[in-house]
Design a protein around this ligand. Structure first.
Ligand code: FUB
Ligand code: ZN
Length: 648
């Protein structure tokens, strides 16, 4: 039996018909929306982030031959200093930078990565342990506080960096260093006698181990990831036992509940998304990975419940998530305040990771719709148009107090959005023996393999500003496969034609993907047309903050009104239900974007001077307004902004 036939047989025995995402480097953004973002991240973000890591002393933690200096970040009440996880920041930077290297070799970036790797190798302990904080400052305390101190979180990010760097360059040193670190973790944790039954409170190592397994094919790496996910939330809590061992009272836990780390009950029993948002998204990404690798229906079911809970009750219209600063996460369902929204960039990026993984085991556009929403809104808003300023919190309303910063006290978000964009190609397509799925739209050309066929596919489109897309097929030989095209959830009217002949899509659409099975030949041309009107969105009445308000969306892009255009605060604007709102592409607006324009009402404040309350409401006068894509806000002068606009 040929190896590809063997693979087919094992696929058919599986519960999930798994899709394999394309390698990010097989997709080139040679024009259109993502070209300028990818170029900016590669040419500006990656080098400036390294500069910041140097300037801000992040890389000094690797000077293992010098005594550790004074703390750059104080210890917080939880016992954690941001410095405990500096390794994660350069780990993520290495990962983001590595994704650029395959197509754009850069000896300077490689040298910078190699310098970090040399130091990591030098500092690694004889038993494989690797964490700069503990090695330099308190080696006797390693593995004594998984609840608070991020040891495996940091190692997980180094591991993801090592996998990406190996895949980009073929250089093994970093990968081997991290495999030794993983061997050490596996010797220390697990259910076998003599091992600790612990797991890190900040999830990350789990999904990193699955990435490692996909490179090494070593079942021990998958087993370790599975152990961490299965062990999470088992009672009695490991964290209580660990605290007692340290001489701490578990009842004095700063965050009070292990729901903060999704460790309040076994993961398969969880039905509501709770706690710290980034942690939750990393955990659920790992659960989806393990459902995929282990063919585990129970993990898939848990993910489904949690996904529906998140998207049905706890997600901002922008794809932002985790409204509260106090736990960097979730509160109660439908609690979606706009001005104080925490909505951390990392959390939106990580929702992208999770939803993408879900789509590989269950091709349902509800997952890829969520991916697209974060991509064009709540994640992309985390980086400025110049590529070197950032948001940590992605508010949906501001009075001008939210400004982008050059670097952050806790800079987890910049490198996260960078790695999302530099690896974006992998999110566009996935395939298995007989299927090619197109998840995202945007100008690109890609080199894809479906079964034994090699295909060059070109997407020509001005998406997301326009809903017309041309897919051109360049095939060396005629090839039969099923093309699955995502019909975006926001689209209410779409058309597909092949070589000028229209295709009936109503009967062949399942879970938001239209299936077209045929013999594809060189030169075939498929056209997609998604109707893209300006839409008014209303929130579930349980979201008290949005009562009487409307948000504007066109295609996948959510809009906001900024004081920079209005000249006054958008909070005084009233959108009327009958107002016509038109769209126009403005090539000069922040690199080119479609803006919305229309008439609205605005309160006349001239008669209110010195009055706070009165019995006569404000008079309203007509004025014009302009709305801009939310992801582009705060790129101009300081001022107010609003996504959910009052409706009159
Ligand atoms: O704690 C590590 C990272 O820093 C988290 O993922 C972010 O929320 C920020 O707290
Ligand atoms: Zn972050």
């Amino acid at each position: 039996m040929s190896s590809s036939l063997k693979q087919t047989a094992s696929q058919s025995e599986r519960r999930f018909k798994r899709l394999v995402p394309v390698d990010h480097s097989s997709v080139s953004f040679d024009g259109g929306f993502w070209k300028s973002w990818s170029d900016t991240v590669r040419n500006v973000t990656i080098p400036t982030q390294h500069k910041r890591l140097e300037e801000e002393g992040f890389l000094e933690v690797l000077d293992f031959d010098k005594p550790a200096g004074p703390l750059a970040r104080p210890i917080q009440p939880s016992g954690l200093s941001m410095q405990h996880f500096f390794d994660s920041d350069f780990g993520k930077w290495i990962e983001a930078a590595s994704y650029t290297l395959k197509k754009h070799p850069n000896p300077d970036v490689e040298a910078k990565i190699d310098a970090i790797v040399d130091k990591l190798e030098q500092g690694q302990m004889a038993d494989g342990y690797l964490n700069s904080w503990f090695i330099r400052r308190e080696p006797e305390n390693r593995w004594t506080n998984l609840r608070d101190l991020h040891e495996m979180y940091s190692m997980g990010h180094l591991l993801e960096g090592a996998v990406a760097y190996f895949e980009a360059t073929g250089k093994r040193k970093f990968l081997d260093v991290m495999i030794r670190a993983v061997d050490h973790i596996a010797d220390t944790f697990g259910t076998e006698p003599g091992k600790l039954r612990g797991y890190d409170a900040h999830e990350e190592i789990e999904l990193a181990l699955v990435k490692l397994y996909r490179v090494t094919k070593d079942p021990r790496h998958l087993k370790l990831a599975t152990y961490f996910v299965d062990e999470r939330g088992q009672m009695p809590s490991y964290y209580d036992e660990e605290a007692r061992k340290r001489g701490d009272d578990p009842a004095k836990y700063v965050y009070q509940t292990y729901a903060y780390s999704q460790a309040h009950m076994p993961v398969r029993e969880q039905t509501q998304v709770v706690g710290h948002a980034v942690r939750a998204m990393y955990l659920f990404s790992a659960m989806a990975d393990l459902a995929y690798e282990n063919d585990d229906q129970s993990l898939k079911d848990a993910c489904d419940r949690l996904f529906d809970n998140l998207t049905g009750r706890q997600l901002y219209v922008t794809g932002g998530l985790g409204p509260s600063a106090s736990n960097e996460g979730f509160t109660r369902e439908y609690d979606l305040p706009n001005e104080t929204a925490y909505a951390e960039t990392c959390a939106a990026v990580a929702l992208g990771f999770w939803s993408h993984r879900m789509a590989q085991i269950d091709l349902d556009s509800k997952f890829t719709d969520a991916l697209e929403t974060v991509l064009f809104n709540g994640a992309l808003s985390g980086i400025s148009r110049d590529g070197e300023h950032y948001f940590y919190e992605n508010a949906l309303e501001s009075h001008g107090q939210h400004r982008r910063w050059k670097w952050h006290y806790c800079p987890c978000c910049p490198t996260n959005i960078a790695r999302f964009i530099t690896s974006l190609g992998q999110y566009f397509y996935s395939a298995n023996e007989g299927t090619l799925a197109v998840h995202l739209y945007g100008e690109n050309s890609s080199e894809l393999t479906i079964g034994d066929s090699f295909l060059r596919l070109r997407q020509q489109t001005a998406y997301p500003w326009d809903g017309d897309i041309k897919l051109s097929f360049c095939l060396s030989a005629t090839s039969t496969f099923t093309l699955k095209l995502r019909i975006p959830g926001w689209c209410h009217s779409s058309k597909v034609s092949i070589n000028g002949e229209s295709v009936d899509i109503t009967s062949s659409t399942e879970k938001g993907y239209v299936s077209i099975s045929r013999s594809w030949k060189d030169g075939d041309e498929l056209r997609l047309s998604f109707d893209m009107p300006v839409e008014r969105l209303y929130a579930n009445p349980a979201v008290g903050e949005d009562a009487g308000r409307v948000a504007l969306r066109r295609g996948p892009v959510v809009y906001c009104v900024e004081q920079a255009d209005l000249g006054s605060e958008p909070q005084q604007l009233r959108i009327t239900p009958q107002a016509s709102i038109t769209s126009r592409f403005d090539a000069d607006f922040l690199g080119g974007a479609t803006v919305l324009e229309g008439d609205a009402l605005e309160a006349d404040t001239s008669s209110w001077k010195g009055t706070l309350y009165r019995t006569v409401p404000a008079e309203l006068k007509t004025r014009s307004f302009k709305a801009i894509p939310y992801h582009l806000w705060a790129n101009r002068d300081e001022g107010a902004m609003q996504v959910w606009l009052a409706e009159k």
